[in-house]
Structures are given as structure tokens and as C-alpha cells.
Design a protein around this ligand. Structure first.
Ligand SMILES: Cc1cc2nc3c(=O)[nH]c(=O)nc-3n(C[C@H](O)[C@H](O)[C@H](O)COP(=O)(O)OP(=O)(O)OC[C@H]3O[C@@H](n4cnc5c(N)ncnc54)[C@H](O)[C@@H]3O)c2cc1C
Length: 601
């Protein structure tokens, strides 16, 4: 009988799902066609970079495109916004970890930062945090001013408008939003406490704004997320589902690319070597290979192919094709302290409160796309300045209706990798007490890390050296940001709910709470990462300091480009997904233009 009931429940889920007009996603990409020997373009990786590129190139019926992805497609659960951290524990995550560092993540297991990145058709958009943010316009103008024509705000805005289909009523007529793109954007279903965050933001001196409008980069807002009717929109659902039946586009999942095959005589990429179903295969590219494997794996594949710092390649016994010292360098990321705020009201969420309502919440999400599960957890954003004389915001305040202590250390602690000792000392006495979280994210960090090969074996994870919080300026910003949060908690709305910072952090006992030393220790101990890794194959004119040209061609190698978050010349003051989509739309135009007259190429 139990089995029958289970069956009934699953059928019910599927029926409700179909009623929403959304196809159930298992086996969307059947992967049952033989792989041809040669295609015009081979795209590696199906995140926003690869999915957009494969879609746009296969719009030309005269071009054949092969998209190779190491993972599999998403499913009904990856569609649920509130479920996102769960997939860190699955095969949808490459399961990389940074090397131990003294600058940050001191309170994590073995002093190592967890560093998730998505593996699947749709890339990291299958289970990321859904924050849809761009950044102040001049971040892109700075990219252009670094010597990269075509990457200023004007072109990026054109690309954002191509990507986006906004369904927030008050933004539909804005010249900075669009209703014709492929990625739906809406506000998430929100909790009651989010209204208090917004009100406190106004009391703190900030307006309610559209943070994606370049005229109002500073202010508070509900988070815009990439979802439709409470369901996640991924790079696959936006860009691949509609294109998967094109006869000239071949999407192959479970295909791990080992390296690019390069004709050493002409220094031209002629194909890729990949593994599928435990056998090693080769596919040839008549025109180009495009790497969209993300900030960690794109430089890894380049180095395995003989493109990278010559001394490092030598140490790995890899014969260099092209000495490019910047491959894997300039790694940047956004970090923040994870701040826990205790309150006197019953507005936050704890495991105890959630347990009895989780099944009804699932049913509500299935039938209406609303409710708790349609919430992306980071539901309000505030773009603020630690120093009023700054010309643009330097901190993004992220408000969550739960804190690290809300779940008894069962789940979030493991997601962040916080060690048992650190958790026990810092949080056990506030387990499941009413609290919420604030993360003041530093938008413009200066510290830089790097990616290196661990070995010449393509299946080995790369070495990730973070170095974040190495630069004193970054530490000062994080200290100032925590003092700013202290001041924020003095607003009337925050005082009314009894908001106060939880003052205890393991390893920081020797410092008095509220001092610079304490705040420095806190961010170095419980370091929250946002996984906005970028810049390891950055655009630039100078091959000594960049990896691809402004046309995204790998310096010194023909027929090879990179289109993903790794090409960003500098980390933008935004979560990086929408920026990567826009980069890829821009890139597709560039590639089409370059091939519009093949004789000129
Ligand atoms: C946990 C998490 C939460 C995040 N939350 C947000 C957020 O809320 N908002 C936001 O804007 N950004 C967020 N990001 C960042 C954002 O998701 C990325 O910036 C974006 O997905 C980058 O796109 P990409 O195309 O460069 O790479 P990815 O999306 O990572 O896609 C790369 C793809 O290449 C595939 N691949 C890699 N190596 C190989 C290989 N050897 N062979 C074949 N395929 C390969 C991978 O499996 C993957 O599918 C988050 C990231 C993480 C990890």
C-alpha cells in the first residue's frame, strides 16, 4: 500500500507539473544520435556561456554545432528555487575545494573553502542562487577602457535586453529591461520579514529602486530572480529546449572533454578529445572550438591542451603549444562575513517551524508556483556605500529570512563547510532561535587567486588558490561593511524587532566584539563565498597579461575561443550569471560577424 501511495504522489506531482505547461525534464536531451566525425563548431560546456553560444550559432542552418557537456540535465527538483543548496551534495556539483589558506575560511573543515560549481545541462544555472543583478554601468565602461573595444555598457545593455524577459509589471516599460528575451525575470515569492528589511533600508537613507537600472545603482529592492511562475529558468530551459530539435545542433551530455586537439604546425584548434561511456573519442571542428567550461575548467582544459604558463606546463610534462602566462591567473570572487542577527519576533524560519509545513509547501509550489519553496532565500538586496564620498555602491547587503543557526547545523553548516568546533562554539547556544542573516558582499575586491593543474590527468580537480582577503583594502572594506550593518540595525524597524548581532565566533574570542580586530577575524573565520569565480582567461590586448583578444580568440592560437565567465577582464559589481549570459550574446554576434565573410577571416 505504501508503494501505491508513493506512486500516487509521484503521478500527482507530474500531473500538477504538466498542468503548469512545463514539460517534465527527465530525458529532455535524449542523447541517442550518433556523434558525427566533424562539425563546424564544437562548444564545450552548457552553462550560460555555452548554451547561448550553441543556440545562436545553430540559428544559421548552414552551420553544424556540437555541444558537449560533462553532466546530465536537471529535473523537477532543480526547478525549485529554495532547494538550491541541496545540489551542492550531488553530482550536479564538481565538488572542488580550494587549497587551505590562512587569509580566509579559517573556521571551515581543514581551513578549506568549499567551492561549488555546476555540472549539468544548463551549467551552474541549474542550481545557483537565482540572483539576477547586473552592476553599475561604468563597470563595463571600465572593461572597455582597459583596451577592450565592444565590451562597454552600450553593447552589454544591448546584450542584456536580448537575454531578458521581465515579468515584473513596473519594469516592463523601462528602457533598461526587455520582455522579448529568453530568460524570464520576476520577484520571488517573499516572506513577511522581507517587508521589514525594505522599510529599514528606507529608514537607513536609501530609496526603493530598480538596481538593474543604471540611473539607480544605489538603494534597496526585492531581489530580481530568473524564474517563471516560481520555477527556475536555466540556461538549458531558456536557450537549449527551444533549439534541441534543430537538425544542425547536436547536444551530447555525459561527455567530459579532456583537451583541445591542436595542429602544432599551424597552431590551429582542429577538434577535441572527450570521454563518453568510458571510451575516449575525438570530434573535429571545421571552423572553431569554443570553450565554455567555466572559470575553473576552461583554464584547466587550455593547460591540458598545451596553452598556459610554459614553466607550469613543463612541470606537468605537457608540451607547450602557446606560452600564455595569464591562463588560470587573475581569479576573482566576491566574499562576505556571514552575520547572524537575533530578533525577538517570530518572523524568521527554523527547521522546527518548517518541518510540519514542508509537504504542503511542496504541493503549493507544484500547483501554484508560489509559497515558501518559490523563495530564493536571499530575498532583499541593498546597494550601499561604506563611505558617502564613493561614486558608486561598494557593498551589496543580502538579507535572508534564515541564519546559519536556523537548522541546528544539519545542513547549512555543511554547505558552507563550517567545522564542528567552530559551529559548536559559535552557534550551538542559538540553535533554532529566531534569527536572520545579513551578508555584506564586497562588490569590488582587489585580491586575486589562481588556478593550476594538479596533474596531467584530466579527471583530477584543479588546484585552486584563493588568496582572497590578502589585500589590506579588501579587509578594510569588510570591516567597514560590518560596522555599516551595526548602524543599519539601529533603524527603527530593526529596533522594533529587537535586532542585534550575534557576537560569538570561534577563534575570535581574544578580540572585543565590535572592534576592527573582531570584524577582521570574523570575516576571515566564517567567510561566505558567492562563487562568482571569473577572470582566469580574461580579455585583453596584451598576451602577457590576458588570454583572449577582445574578439575572444585565444592569443596565438587559431580557431579557438573562450565564451564564459572566465573572460571577464575584472570582476563586476554583480552576481555573475546575467553578466555571463550577456557576454555570450555579445560573443555570438562577434563570432557571426567574423564568419560573415569567411574569406576575410
Ligand atoms: C552555488 C552557486 C551559486 C551561485 N549563485 C548565483 C546567483 O544567484 N546569481 C548569479 O548571478 N550567479 C550565481 N552564481 C554564479 C553563476 O552561476 C556563474 O557565474 C555562471 O553560471 C557562469 O557561467 P559559465 O557559463 O561561465 O559556467 P557554468 O555555468 O559553470 O557552466 C560550465 C559548464 O561546463 C561544463 N564543463 C566543465 N568542464 C567540462 C569538461 N571538461 N567537459 C565538458 N563539459 C564541461 C560544466 O559541467 C558546466 O555545465 C553561482 C554559482 C554557484 C556555484
Amino acid at each position: 500500500q505504501e508503494e501505491e501511495e508513493g506512486r500516487f504522489f509521484i503521478d500527482d506531482i507530474l500531473r500538477a507539473y504538466f498542468r503548469q505547461g512545463l514539460p517534465y525534464r527527465e530525458d529532455q536531451f535524449l542523447d541517442n544520435l550518433p556523434i558525427a566525425e566533424s562539425y563546424d563548431f564544437i562548444v564545450v560546456g552548457s552553462g550560460p556561456g555555452g548554451s547561448v553560444t550553441a543556440n545562436r550559432l545553430s540559428e544559421n542552418p548552414n552551420w553544424t554545432v556540437l555541444l558537449l557537456e560533462a553532466g546530465i540535465e536537471g529535473n523537477i527538483y532543480t526547478d525549485i528555487p529554495a532547494m538550491n543548496p541541496i545540489f551542492a551534495f550531488t553530482n550536479y556539483n564538481w565538488q572542488y575545494k580550494a587549497e587551505p589558506q590562512s587569509f580566509m575560511c579559517r573556521g571551515m573543515f581543514d581551513g578549506r573553502c568549499q567551492w561549488p560549481s555546476g555540472k549539468g545541462v544548463g551549467g551552474t544555472t541549474l542550481w545557483n542562487g537565482l540572483f539576477w543583478t547586473r552592476c553599475p554601468a561604468d563597470d563595463f565602461d571600465e572593461w572597455e577602457a582597459m583596451g577592450n573595444p565592444g565590451w562597454g555598457y552600450k553593447n552589454m545593455l544591448r546584450a542584456f535586453l536580448k537575454v531578458e524577459n521581465v515579468s515584473i509589471p513596473e519594469l516592463k516599460d523601462s528602457p533598461y529591461h526587455s520582455t522579448t528575451g529568453k530568460v524570464n525575470v520576476q520577484y520571488p515569492w517573499h516572506t513577511k520579514i522581507s517587508n521589514i528589511f525594505l522599510k529599514a533600508g528606507q529608514e537607513f537613507g536609501y530609496n526603493l529602486v530598480d538596481y538593474n537600472d543604471p540611473r539607480t545603482p544605489t538603494g534597496f529592492s526585492r531581489t530580481q530572480i530568473n524564474a517563471l511562475n516560481g520555477r527556475r529558468i536555466t540556461a538549458a530551459s531558456a536557450y537549449l529546449l527551444s533549439a534541441r530539435d534543430r537538425p544542425n545542433l547536436h547536444i551530447v551530455k555525459n561527455a567530459h572533454v579532456n583537451k583541445v586537439i591542436i595542429d602544432r604546425r599551424t597552431k590551429t584548434a582542429i577538434g577535441v578529445e572527450f570521454e563518453k561511456n568510458a571510451s575516449r573519442r575525438i570530434a573535429r571542428a571545421a571552423k572553431e572550438v569554443i570553450l565554455s567550461a567555466g572559470t575553473f575548467n576552461t583554464p584547466k582544459i587550455l593547460m591540458l591542451s598545451g596553452i598556459g604558463p610554459a614553466d607550469h606546463l613543463r612541470s606537468m610534462n605537457i608540451q607547450a603549444v602557446q606560452d600564455l602566462p595569464a591562463v588560470g591567473q587573475h581569479l576573482q570572487e566576491h566574499v562576505a562575513p556571514l552575520m547572524t542577527v537575533m530578533i525577538n519576533t517570530t518572523d524568521s524560519f527554523t527547521v522546527r517551524k518548517l518541518a510540519p509545513i514542508i509537504v504542503p509547501a511542496f504541493q503549493e509550489w507544484l500547483s501554484t508556483g508560489k509559497g515558501l519553496l518559490a523563495n530564493n532565500v536571499g530575498e532583499v538586496l541593498g546597494y550601499v556605500k561604506t563611505d558617502p564620498s564613493l561614486i558608486k555602491p561598494n557593498i551589496e547587503l543580502i538579507f535572508t529570512p534564515v541564519s546559519i543557526a536556523s537548522d541546528d547545523g544539519i545542513f547549512l553548516r555543511k554547505y558552507f563547510g563550517i567545522s564542528d568546533d567552530t559551529y559548536k562554539y559559535s552557534y550551538s547556544e542559538i540553535n533554532q532561535k529566531e534569527s536572520f542573516g545579513i551578508c555584506p558582499l564586497g562588490m569590488y575586491p582587489q585580491s586575486k587567486g589562481e588556478i593550476r593543474l594538479r596533474s596531467p590527468n584530466p579527471m583530477d580537480p584543479p588546484v585552486i588558490i584563493t588568496n582572497f582577503l590578502k589585500e589590506p583594502a579588501d579587509v578594510k572594506t569588510m570591516v567597514d561593511a560590518q560596522k555599516l550593518v551595526q548602524r543599519f540595525l539601529e533603524t527603527e524597524s530593526m529596533k522594533r524587532i529587537g535586532a542585534r548581532l550575534h557576537p560569538k565566533i570561534h577563534g575570535c574570542e581574544q578580540f572585543q566584539f565590535g572592534t576592527d580586530e573582531f570584524f577582521e577575524c570574523s570575516v576571515r573565520t566564517i567567510t561566505m563565498q558567492f562563487h562568482h569565480q571569473c577572470c582566469t582567461a580574461r580579455i585583453g590586448q596584451d598576451p602577457r597579461d590576458s588570454v583572449v583578444t577582445p574578439r575572444l580568440r585565444v592569443h596565438g592560437v587559431n580557431g579557438l575561443r573562450v565564451v564564459d565567465a572566465s573572460v571577464m577582464p575584472k570582476i563586476p559589481g554583480a552576481h555573475t550569471m546575467s553578466v555571463t549570459y550577456a557576454i555570450a550574446e555579445n560573443a555570438a554576434d562577434i563570432i557571426k560577424e567574423d564568419w560573415s565573410n569567411e574569406l576575410l577571416y
